[in-house]
Design a protein around this ligand. Structure first.
Ligand code: ADP
Ligand code: MG
Length: 729
C-alpha cells in the first residue's frame, strides 16, 4: 500500500467516535429551539400582528406589507437573544444546494456606534448579487436582476450565528429562478383543485395540503480516504475502482447494528436537526456497506422540502466533526446499491381527512377511490414528464441499473387495490347499487379499510407505489431537491382534478345523480390510465418491452428525457395550473442541459487526468520492476530455466502494455469528442453530444483501469480501493 494510502487508512482505523453533547431534558424540550415558530411568534409579536401572520400562514392569504416591520423587529429580538449576529435570505437556486449571503444586523446609530437593525424591507425582499446563479438566459440582459422574497409559510431559523429566512428567488421580470416559487404555485393549484373535488363529499373542507415524507439515503466515507480520491472529491462518485471481494452479497448490512462512530454522527445530526424543528424519526443501515438512511415524520410539502435541503447541508457539516464525508450522489460506487430519496406523498384536508386513506363508509371510500384514480391518471398522462423531473446526470446511474427503479414510470397498487379498481371498471351501471352497499356484496366499497390493512405485498421495484395511505415516489435521487418531483406531481394532479370536476359537473348538470356521476367518471379514468398500472417485477427485461407496447415513455438518454418539459401537453398543463410559463420552462431546460454537459465534462476531465497522472505512471512503474525481474532472472539462471520462471511476469508485462495502450487511446479520443461537443452552440445538442460521445468513454476507460488495479502491486497503487472506502468506519 502506498504511503499516502497507508497513512489515510491508519488514521481511519485509529479514529475514536467523537463525543456528542446531548442537551438536557426530553427531545420535546429542545425540539424547534432554533426556529421562529408559532410559540415564539406569539411571544415576540404584538397580538394583532401574530393573528395576521398566522392567518397568512394558515390560509395562504396575501401578506400585508405594513406588518413586515413588526415581524422583522420581533424576529430580530428573538434572534439576537439567541446569539445571532447575522441574517440571510435562504433560497434554492437551480443548482443542487441552497444559497445564502450573510449580512450582519449592525447599522450606524448616528453617535459613532452601531445598533442592531432589521427592517421589514430587509425581511420581505432582497436583491442578492445573483448574476452567477443559473437562469437559462432569463437574466441575460442588463435589466434582468433577480431578487429573493420572504416565504412566510416556512419559519425562519438560526444556524450558527445567522438568522435564515426562507425565500423564493425570482427575476425582476417575474420568472422564477428557483425551486420554491413554482413549488408554492403547484401546491396552491392542487389545494384549489382538490378542495373543489373534496366538497362533493365534505362541503366544509376549505383547504387541502400536500404532505411529503422523504427518506434520505446516503453513504459515509472516512474523510482521510475521501481526500485521497480526487474523483470522489471533484465529482461525488468513484470513476474507477474494482469490486471489493466482499460487498453487499451477504446482505448483512441492511438493518444491521450501526457502527459506533456512525452512531455518534447520527446522534449529533439528530440533535441538531431536532433543534431546527426537523422531526427526524428513523435511522438505519441501508443495503450497501457504509450506506445509511434517515427519515423524519412527514410534514406539509413546502416545509418538508425546506427541511430536506437543510438536512443535506447539516449532514455535510456534521459528518466532518466525526471524520466522515457524506456522499449524497445517487451512485458513488459501481456494482453496489445506489442512493435514492423516496418521496412519500399524500393529500389531507384542513378538517383532518387523509385523502389517500380508505375510510369507513361508502362516501369516504368513494372519495378515496376518486383521489387515487385521479393520481393515477395524472401520473399516466405525464409519465414522461415525471421521469424528467427526477432524472439527472447522477440519478441516471441509478435508474435502469439493476437495483433501482427502471427509467420507466409505472405505478404499483397491490392486489387489493387492484381488485377494487378492477371491480369498479367491470361493474357497469347495474352494480352501482352494489357499490353503494344497497344490494349484494360483490363489491362493497366500505370494506376497503379491512383489505388494505393487510396490504403487505410491497413491491420494491416500482417507481411509484401505493403503500396503504400514500404514494411513494421512489425514483427521486438522493441528491435531488424534492421540489422538482413535487412540482410536477402536484401540478399534474391539479390539472387532472380540475378536468375531472368539470366532467362530473357536466353529468350532474344533465341530471345524473352525484355519486353515480363521480363513479362513471372514475370508471372512465380507470380504463384510460390502465397502462400506468404495473404490479410485476419492474427490473425485468420483459417489462421494458411491455412498457413500450403500452406507450409509456421509455427514453433513457438524459438530455432527451428533458424534452418532456417542453411538449405541448406539459406546457399546457403548467400554464393552465399557473405553475410555470413556457418561457420559464424553456429557460429551466437550458439550465438542465447545461448542467448535464458540465457534469459529464468534469467527470471526463477528472478521469483523463487520473488515468494519465496516476494510473498509467503507476502501472508503467510496476511494469518496469517486472521487466527488471525478468532481466535479472536471465542474468542468474540459464535461459531455459529463466524463461520458465518468468512466464507469468512476461504475461503481466504484456497485459499492462495492452491496458495502458487502451487507456491512452481512449483518453485521447474522449478529449477529441469533448472538443467537438464544445463547439456546439445549442445547449440541447451539446448535452446530447456529451451523452452520446463523451459519456460512454468513461466506462471504457474505467474497464481497463479496474483491470490494472487487480494486477498492479498493492503497495504502489495510490488510490484507496473499494474495500477500504466501503468497510472502514
Ligand atoms: P418505509 O417506506 O421505509 O417503510 P416509513 O413507513 O418509516 O418508511 O415511512 C417513510 C416516510 O413516509 C416517513 O417520512 C413517514 O412519515 C412518511 N409517511 C407516512 N405516512 C404518510 C402519509 N400519509 N403521507 C405522507 N408521508 C407519509
Ligand atoms: Mg419507504
Amino acid at each position: 500500500m502506498s504511503n499516502l494510502r497507508f497513512k489515510m487508512v491508519e488514521t481511519a482505523f485509529g479514529k475514536k467516535p467523537s463525543p456528542v453533547s446531548v442537551p438536557d431534558g426530553r427531545t420535546s424540550d429542545y425540539f424547534g429551539m432554533y426556529v421562529f415558530n408559532r410559540e415564539k411568534m406569539f411571544r415576540y409579536l404584538p397580538a394583532k400582528v401574530f393573528a395576521q401572520l398566522t392567518d397568512v400562514i394558515d390560509t395562504g392569504s396575501a401578506l400585508d406589507r405594513s406588518i413586515a416591520d413588526e415581524v422583522a423587529a420581533g424576529m430580530k429580538k428573538w434572534a439576537v437573544e439567541m446569539g445571532a449576529t447575522h441574517y440571510t435570505h435562504w433560497f434554492a437556486p437551480l443548482t443542487e444546494g441552497t444559497a445564502e449571503k450573510h449580512d450582519s444586523f449592525i447599522e450606524h446609530d448616528g453617535k459613532g456606534g452601531v445598533i442592531e437593525e432589521f427592517s421589514g424591507k430587509l425581511l420581505v425582499q432582497q436583491e442578492p448579487d445573483a448574476s452567477s446563479f443559473p437562469s437559462g438566459g432569463i437574466r441575460n440582459t442588463f435589466e434582468a436582476r433577480g431578487y429573493s422574497a420572504w416565504d412566510p409559510s416556512s419559519p425562519a431559523f438560526i444556524v450558527d450565528d445567522t438568522l435564515c429566512i426562507p425565500t423564493i428567488f425570482i427575476a425582476y421580470t417575474g420568472e422564477s429562478l428557483d425551486y420554491k416559487a413554482p413549488l408554492l404555485k403547484a401546491l396552491r393549484a392542487v389545494d384549489k383543485a382538490a378542495t373543489d373535488v373534496c366538497r362533493y363529499f365534505n362541503p366544509d373542507v376549505r383547504k387541502v395540503y400536500a404532505y411529503l415524507g422523504w427518506e434520505q439515503e446516503y453513504f459515509l466515507v472516512d474523510e482521510g480516504l475521501y481526500a485521497a480520491r480526487p474523483d470522489l472529491l471533484l465529482t461525488g462518485r468513484t470513476l474507477m475502482g474494482h469490486d471489493s471481494a466482499k460487498n453487499q452479497q451477504l446482505e448483512d448490512h441492511y438493518f444491521g447494528a450501526i457502527p459506533s462512530r456512525v452512531t455518534a454522527f447520527m446522534k449529533e445530526l439528530e440533535i441538531e436537526a431536532l433543534k431546527l424543528g426537523i422531526p427526524l424519526k428513523t435511522r438505519h443501515n441501508e443495503v450497501a456497506p457504509n450506506q445509511f438512511e434517515l427519515a423524519p415524520v412527514y410534514e406539509e410539502c413546502n416545509l418538508a422540502n425546506d427541511h430536506n435541503m437543510l438536512i443535506m447541508s447539516l449532514m455535510r457539516k456534521i459528518a466532518r466533526n466525526h471524520g466522515f464525508r457524506v456522499l449524497l450522489h445517487e451512485k458513488p460506487f459501481k456494482g453496489i446499491n445506489g442512493s435514492g430519496k423516496h418521496n412519500n406523498w399524500s393529500l389531507g384536508t384542513d378538517t383532518g381527512l387523509a385523502l389517500m386513506s380508505p375510510g369507513k363508509d361508502f362516501s369516504s371510500n368513494l372519495r378515496f377511490v376518486t383521489f387515487v384514480v385521479n393520481t393515477l391518471m395524472a401520473v399516466y398522462r405525464h409519465n414522461g414528464l415525471l421521469k424528467a423531473s427526477i432524472i439527472s446526470a447522477s440519478n441516471a446511474h441509478r435508474l435502469g441499473a439493476n437495483e433501482a427503479p427502471p427509467a420507466i414510470i409505472s405505478s404499483f397498487l397491490g392486489a387489493q387495490l387492484s381488485a377494487v379498481l378492477h371491480h369498479i371498471e367491470e361493474s357497469e351501471d347495474e352494480s352501482f347499487q352494489t357499490l353503494s352497499g344497497k344490494k349484494g356484496m360483490k363489491l362493497d366499497i366500505p370494506q376497503i379499510p379491512e383489505i388494505l390493512v393487510d396490504n403487505t405485498d410491497r413491491n420494491r421495484t416500482s417507481p411509484f407505489a401505493f403503500t396503504g395511505n400514500r404514494f411513494e415516489f421512489r425514483a427521486v435521487g438522493s441528491e435531488a431537491n424534492c421540489a422538482s418531483a413535487m412540482i410536477v406531481l402536484n401540478a399534474a394532479l391539479a390539472e387532472q382534478l380540475t378536468e375531472f370536476k368539470a366532467a362530473v359537473d357536466k353529468r350532474i348538470a344533465s341530471g345524473e345523480e352525484k355519486d353515480r356521476a363521480i363513479l362513471s367518471e372514475i370508471r372512465k379514468c380507470i380504463k384510460i390510465c390502465k397502462p400506468i398500472h404495473f404490479d410485476g417485477n419492474g427490473y425485468s427485461e420483459e417489462w421494458k418491452a411491455e412498457a413500450a407496447r403500452r406507450g409509456l415513455d421509455c427514453e433513457t438518454s438524459v438530455p432527451v428525457i428533458y424534452d418532456s418539459y417542453l411538449t405541448e401537453d406539459s406546457v399546457s398543463m403548467f400554464e393552465k395550473t399557473g405553475v410555470m410559463t413556457r418561457k420559464e420552462l424553456e429557460a429551466r431546460n437550458g439550465v438542465k442541459w447545461e448542467t448535464y454537459t458540465k457534469k459529464i465534462q468534469i467527470e471526463a476531465r477528472v478521469l483523463g487526468d487520473l488515468a494519465m497522472n496516476h494510473i498509467v505512471p503507476v502501472a508503467t512503474g510496476y511494469q518496469s520492476s517486472l521487466l527488471d525481474n525478468v532481466h535479472k532472472m536471465h542474468e542468474i539462471f540459464p535461459k531455459e530455466k529463466a524463461d520458465a520462471m518468468t512466464v507469468r511476469n512476461m504475461e503481466l508485462i504484456e497485459e499492462i502494455s495492452e491496458h495502458t495502450a487502451f487507456i491512452k487511446g481512449h483518453v485521447d479520443s474522449m478529449t477529441e469528442a469533448r472538443k467537438i461537443a464544445n463547439r456546439i452552440e445549442d445547449e440541447r445538442e451539446k448535452a446530447i453530444a456529451y451523452h452520446d460521445t463523451v459519456f460512454p468513454a468513461l466506462d471504457e476507460i474505467r474497464y481497463h483501469i479496474d483491470k490494472l488495479e487487480l494486477i498492479v502491486d498493492d503497495r504502489i497503487w495510490t488510490l484507496p480501493k473499494y474495500r477500504e472506502l466501503l468497510f472502514i468506519r
